[in-house]
Write a protein that binds this ligand. Structure first.
Ligand code: C5P
Length: 397
């Protein structure tokens, strides 16, 4: 999968640097040639000898090394790579590449390169959450740098939170995808709905659900990585816009419906949003006052349009329409019926139970349902769900 590909692996200083050895091994198993570049501080955590032995390559480290410059100038080193991976990427290194600082070989290579770059951050949770780091990451994303991780979990420093290096296999698979964009998916227009909808009760109140929008967001990121033309119609959410995607922000189901219909024709529709099925029929024009003489408040609801169904029935119907379904009981029977009723090609099904509540979580356990049957997937990250969904899409399109 990575045969004839040259990967420049930049290892920066951090406790996770030792994991880069596993990454080298995995990338080479997949067929890549790995050229390692180490910053000075990374050598405090992992020895250049181990890196060299596993990569079977010279380890580059000096900007002004006469031998390096005569054998392979730093510009050539940057340009000859099909992909640059920074693993682990420290907060300091991320700042440097964001600011365009080139004060050592690794940062100079980042400045000189015009190839795809994949950054795998790993740092303490407070460093990751620091506003400076967030701003830098946001800037780099908008410049087209790809990121993988960090994951949430316990860290070497004993704290718990976001900052763990992404799984090595996830980094390797993301590299494979970046270097082998699917010809079938490339340039296809995909419409994705994500997040909840807010149904106004009056100017200050609304009805909503717990959807965070994370799953749809992850699908949009995966589709951008796959070279698709992505339009993300996003209900209210705290998530950042997906770099490389057109993002249309909406609030209510009616707005989401209008935006989606206006986007037809598209090649693919993936309806991940947790659209409210109902909306208050006559939202108050002013804030509705609390009545003193009653303990009840009756609101009459009216059905919202079904976006998924209307896309599936559209005269310019996308070639592939995929929906999501959350079920609490009689899952199989309900899903079969839903597939027919909504006229979609596949449903990704969440079984909501006491032990599995995907709302807001980073992980998801779903099943893939088509008229051919039900394929259960294990508990995996929402990014991995997105990837599996794209693999299926590639077969279907
Ligand atoms: O009918 P139910 O809400 O379970 O269906 C879930 C699927 O239908 C999801 O894909 C959701 O995005 C979509 N849907 C929709 N418009 C609605 C309700 C659900 O697109 N009004």
């Amino acid at each position: 999968m990575l045969k004839n590909k040259t990967i420049l692996l930049i290892i920066t200083g951090g406790i996770a640097a030792y994991k880069s050895l596993d990454l080298i091994r995995r990338l080479r198993e997949l067929g890549a040639e790995v050229r390692p570049v180490m910053t000075k501080s990374s050598a405090q955590f992992v020895t250049p000898l181990s890196v060299s032995a596993l990569s079977e390559s010279k380890v580059y480290g000096e900007l002004f090394s006469l031998t390096d410059e005569s054998e392979m100038g730093h510009i050539r080193l940057a340009r000859e790579a099909d992909l640059i991976i920074v693993c682990p990427a420290s907060a300091d290194f991320i700042t440097k590449i964001c600011r365009g600082i080139g004060d050592d070989l690794a940062s100079t290579l980042m400045l000189a390169a015009d190839t795809k770059m994949l950054i795998a951050p790993a740092m303490n949770v407070k460093m990751w959450e620091n506003g400076a780091t967030s701003d830098n990451v946001r800037t780099l994303k908008t410049r087209g740098h790809h990121f993988v991780g960090p994951d949430v979990g316990s860290m070497a420093c004993g704290e718990i939170g976001a900052g763990r290096l992404a799984d090595i296999e996830e980094i390797a698979q993301k590299s494979v995808r970046l270097l082998n964009p699917s010809e079938k998916l490339k340039d296809k227009h995909v419409l994705i709905t994500a997040g909840p909808t807010h149904e106004p009760i009056d100017p200050v109140r609304y009805m909503a659900n717990n959807s965070s929008g994370k799953q749809g967001h992850a699908i949009a990121v995966a589709c951008v990585d796959a070279g698709m033309k992505v339009t993300l119609v996003m209900g209210p959410s705290h998530l950042e816009d997906v770099p490389g995607a057109d993002v249309i922000h909406v609030s209510s189901a009616l707005e989401m419906h209008e935006a989606c219909m206006g986007l037809m024709p598209a090649d693919v529709a993936i309806c991940c949003a947790a659209v409210a099925d109902w909306r208050p029929e006559s939202p108050g024009k002013q804030k509705i006052k609390k009545e003193e003489n009653t303990d009840h408040w009756d609101i009459r609801f009216i059905k919202n349009p079904d976006i998924l169904r209307d896309l599936s029935m559209h005269k310019k119907r996308p070639k592939v329409v995929i929906g999501f379904a959350a079920e609490t009981d009689k899952v199989e029977a309900n899903v079969k019926q839903k597939l027919l009723k909504k006229n979609c090609d596949a449903l990704v099904v969440n079984e909501i139970s006491d032990w599995h509540d995907p709302f807001g979580s980073d992980n998801n356990q779903v099943g893939w349902v088509t008229n051919k049957g039900h394929e259960p997937w294990p508990l995996i990250t929402k990014q991995e769900v997105a990837q599996r969904l794209l693999d299926k899409l590639e077969e279907m399109i």
